[in-house]
Write a protein that binds this ligand. Structure first.
Ligand code: FNR
Length: 188
């Protein structure tokens, strides 16, 4: 079984990005499981807190789930043409302590997708992630791209994906990334 850890960078109950991630889990090919999570519960990074209490339990749990997966799927909203601070904060916490970066991130396949109600579907936030992924030594999958624009028109009120053409693009995206993950498994 290939496991992909999917992390949505929104705290919103009715988040388009979390809805997109849930939809991704349902279209994953046979033999591929998408473990879905959000950044809920991650406190603001505080170096003093880290010294006094260590890495918070919520962050340790995200790290463990990523370590137990073969790849990472970041599902990013876009704020002011960049990465939302809360999402970057979660990844910053997950990169602590630096001695764990190798185990958690290094060489691990990663893909980025995102959804926005606007017309550009998080393209700038996705680009904004690239230097972060390089710094963490990850292996980005560049062969597929998924920018979901006009997100308000592709999900229903319960956050179910209602657009068949998008479901097909999402399915291709997840399958393409899964195949990249399978070809770059760190454990083989
Ligand atoms: C936004 N939004 C937004 N959208 C976009 O496509 N480009 C942008 O630069 C911004 N900027 C921005 C700044 C701030 C502070 C907020 C709160 C929002 C809109 C954003 O895409 C929208 O709120 C989404 O619904 C956020 O994603 P979730 O929470 O639905 O996953």
């Amino acid at each position: 079984m290939t496991k992909i850890f999917g992390l949505s960078g929104s705290l919103r109950e009715n988040s388009y990005n979390t809805a997109l991630l849930r939809a991704a889990a349902t279209v994953a090919p046979k033999g591929v499981e998408v473990d879905i999570s959000t950044i809920r519960g991650v406190p603001l990074y505080d170096g003093d807190l880290e010294v006094s209490e260590g890495v918070p339990a919520e962050v340790e749990s995200l790290k463990e789930r990523l370590v137990s997966a073969n790849g990472l799927l970041l599902v990013t909203p876009e704020y002011n043409n960049g990465i939302p601070g809360a999402f970057k904060n979660a990844i910053d916490w997950m990169s602590r302590p630096p001695a764990d970066i190798s185990k958690v991130f290094k060489g691990r396949p990663v893909a980025i997708m995102g959804a926005s109600p606007g017309g550009f579907g998080t393209i700038l936030a996705q680009n904004h992630w690239l230097p972060v992924l390089r710094t963490l030594g990850m292996r980005p999958w560049f062969e597929g791209r998924l920018m979901v624009s006009r997100a308000g028109s592709v999900f229903d009120e319960e956050g179910n994906l209602t657009d068949d053409a998008l479901r097909e693009r999402l399915q291709d995206f997840v399958a393409g990334f899964a195949s990249f993950v399978q070809g770059h498994d760190r454990t083989t």
